[in-house]
Each structure stands twice: as structure tokens, then as C-alpha cells.
Write a protein that binds this ligand. Sequence first.
Ligand SMILES: Nc1ncnc2c1ncn2[C@@H]1O[C@H](COP(=O)(O)OP(=O)(O)O)[C@@H](O)[C@H]1O
Ligand SMILES: O=C(CO)[C@@H](O)[C@H](O)COP(=O)(O)O
Length: 490
Amino acid sequence: MYFIGIDIGTTSVKIIATDENGNIVRSISKEYPLSFPKPLWSQQNPEDWWRQSISGFKELLDGLDKSEVKAVSFSGQMHGMVTLDENDQVVRPAILWNDQRTEKECEYLNNEIGRNKISQWTGNVALTGFTAPKVLWLKGNEPENFAVAKKIMLPKDYIAYKMSGVFATDMSDASGTLYLDVKNRKWSAEMLELLGISEEQLPRLYESYEVIGNIKPDLAEELGLNKDVKIVIGGGDQAVAAVGGGVVGAGSCSLSLGTSGVVFTSNEEFFVDENNGLHSFCHANGKYHLMGVTLAAAASLKWWVEEVNKSEDFDGLLNEAKEAQIDDSLFYLPYLMGERTPHNDPNCRGTFIGINMTHERKHMTRAVLEGVAFSLRDTFEIMKEMGIEITDISISGGGAKSKLWCEIIADVLNVRVNKLNTNEGPAYGAAILASVGFGLFDRVEDACCKFIKVTESIHPDKENSQLYNKKYEKFRKIYPTVKDLFKQLI
Ligand SMILES: Nc1ncnc2c1ncn2[C@@H]1O[C@H](COP(=O)(O)OP(=O)(O)O)[C@@H](O)[C@H]1O
Ligand SMILES: O=C(CO)[C@@H](O)[C@H](O)COP(=O)(O)O
């Protein structure tokens, strides 16, 4: 039996096939472009996701016994707004999770409507990345597109719709819209009224492990699959990556080091802290979770390697950085696309600070890795203040390929960083959800328990942790010092 997991990431789609024992038998990745047509904007074309998903799926199936494919499920970059017209044509490019154009709309929601009300209705407050402010932006700035948007959905839901013909979403991904009543797992009537949209424009809600239908017959024929292949809705990439990392028990913690960097804890019950410091969302196992997000995590490294150093040699630059010592005079703030946790500031920007004549490229590469780790620690500190104690963290995402980065994170957070038998967090989590939806397991937890193993634990180095504690104290002072200047730089 094969179970397929499709992850619609920001840089690429990753597709894997697992067998019934959780072994990855094949995996494929296909890139697509990301466009920044104006300052603060970040968009992608949903048709690119579809084209690359289908082309990748066909390649993946080559060499597999297609009759053994039982179910397909999804993980997707969260919050992106996909709009379709009455003929199911894409109305405009998707506005993504890291797009920052909605500052005004967030001010309206948080200040005029009021943070308390929004938090009561949804469990969260408005942040520029969330979907609700994007809906308001569309209404105010492109009324002609708003008027013809008959369906509003999230990135992975577009792919699930194209594959099954069923207009569906799941609780974990829907949590990031800011129009889900997270606690009660239903659309928020108050938010829909405020946004001027109706439930008919929104997909039907499922739990992430539920079957929404079968693959469309014409697609089954094109791919050479059986017509009874189940389509399981899947979830937002962070919740699904957590499933792929076995983070489904109360208090367990994962770190996804993809384009964004996310520290995630799983909870049995719904919980919101009084400052709404963390996102309070539904988990993909039917329960809840908290998380904080660094917008440009591995994106910072990609920018540094590819744009600044005009290189594709990640490993070469990272090897060089190993030779640089911890140096508490040089800092990097990873705010290339503004920042979510803890600043919620779309206007802040990336910064190197403290460069002197002795600094070489290796020091700056190390500073980039450390700056991202410090930003993740900001989320950690909020969790600590909430009484959440973390000693172990499962890591996934492209950035986790770097041992040096994993070591820096272990030292900066002073936790054990666990690498797993799969580094494919979200796509692997999606394959697990497919197997649960198909009926191989009763619960997501049972599948995780059977499939996921820690293969390597990176322990914090006591001396480095102490050095980083001091360095972090300095890091924390930089943003408040330069904050006001950023607005003038946009
Ligand atoms: N050898 C490497 N070491 C560390 N990071 C890497 C390496 N190769 C690629 N990356 C990082 O992986 C990131 C992509 O990770 P991925 O989890 O696929 O992101 P997403 O799901 O957002 O598309 C890139 O932004 C890049 O910085
Ligand atoms: O906005 C968030 C989560 O709230 C991001 O984590 C996106 O979901 C994109 O994830 P990656 O492409 O970095 O995995």
C-alpha cells in the first residue's frame, strides 16, 4: 500500500510516497516562482502550484505500482488567499503568508473593532499575514476582483479541490484565516459579517485526517490510479509538520526551519494567553496548538547564499561558518520581510549590526544562523513566560540539513534538538494523515507512535549556551533601538 503526502511549500512542492510501515519509498520536489511585485507584497500563482504538483505526482508514480496507491493528503503554506470566480478560474495571484500589505486593515480590526472582540471570536488578533485582513484589502483595493470571488480558499485547499472536486478545508489551516472560531471549530459568524463574506464562499470544514471524497475520475485516469483513491484534506504546514515530527502529545514541541521558522507546541485544550503573543490554532490531530513565527528563517540563509553571495553552495558557506567563533560584537536581525513573533511589525527590516574590519564572510554567515536562532528564542521566551517548559524539540525543514545550524539552535535555546528518521516534516505528516484517513490507524497519535523515530539528538553545549545567553541579551536590545527608523526606510 502507498500513501501520498503533498506539501505546497513556499519555494517548492514536495511529494512523497510512504508504504504501510511509514517508509518513504519515493520523493520528488519541484520549484515554482515567488514574486514580490511591490514593496511589502508577496504573491504566487496557484496554477503554478497545480502544474508542478501534477508534474511531480506523475514523476513520483513512475516506477511505483499505481494500483497500490490508497490515499493522498496535503500540507500547505498557511494563510494565503486564493480566489476563484464562478467558472473556478483564479481571479488574481494568491496573496501569501509573508505578504505585508495589510497594515491598515489590521489596525482597523485590532484597534477600531478591538483586539478583545477579535480574540474572543477567533482566539487570535489580526496580523498582516492572516487571511481576514487580505479579504478586507481585496474589498477595498480591488473591488472588481472581490465582486467576482465566488470561492475563497487556502493554498492546499486549491490543490485538494482540483484533485477531488470537493470544496473543503481543515481546522488547522482554517485557524490561520482569522475567521475561524478556533475554540469551537466552526466559522465565526461575527467575522464573516464584518468581512462581508458568506459561508457559501468558504469551504466546508473537516478535521485534517478526514476523507473529503475520491480522486476525480478523469484525473485518476490521467495518472493511472484507481478511481477509489481517497482524498484526505490534510492541514496547514505547521500542524502537519508537527504530525510528521511526532509532535502530537501534550507539551511536545517542534521547530520547522523552512522559509519561515516556527516553534510549535501541542496542547490537549484550547488556550490563549492574555497578550495573544502566540498563535492559538487547531492541531491536525483534532486538538489544539500554540506557535510563534519568524518570517524569514531559512529564507534569510537563502537570501544570504543566493542573492548576496551569488552562490548555490549552501554547504560550502556553512562549512566556512563553522570556523567562525561565537563573537558577541556582530549581529543579524532576520526581518527581511518584517516580523511576526514577537514584534508583529510589517515595517521592520533585516540588519547586520556591529561589523568591523576583522569580520569576514564566515562571521556574517554565522551571524545569519544565530540571528534566526535568537528570533526563535523570542518565541521560546514567550512560551516560558506562559509556563511551558521545553527540553526537547524535533526539527524539520530545509534548514535542518545543516548540522551547524541545529547545534547553534540547541545552544541558543538550551534544548536537545532531535533529528528524526525523516526530515520531510510536512510531506511526511501529510502521508501519515492519508494513512489515518484511509483507516490504517484509528488516531493520528497511533500512526506517529509507530512510524516516527529519533535518529540523532544534538545536546546543547554548556559553555556555548552561556555565551549565547549573554549575546541574546544584546540581541534583544537592538530592535527597540532601531524600530522607529525602519518605518522611514520603506
Ligand atoms: N544544505 C542546506 N543547509 C541548510 N539549509 C538549506 C540547505 N539547502 C537549502 N536550505 C534551505 O532550505 C530552505 C527551504 O526549506 P523548505 O523546508 O523546503 O522550505 P519551504 O517549505 O518554505 O519551501 C531554503 O530557504 C534554504 O535556505
Ligand atoms: O505563516 C506561516 C505559519 O503561520 C508560515 O509558516 C507558512 O505556513 C509558510 O511555511 P513554510 O513555507 O516556511 O513552511
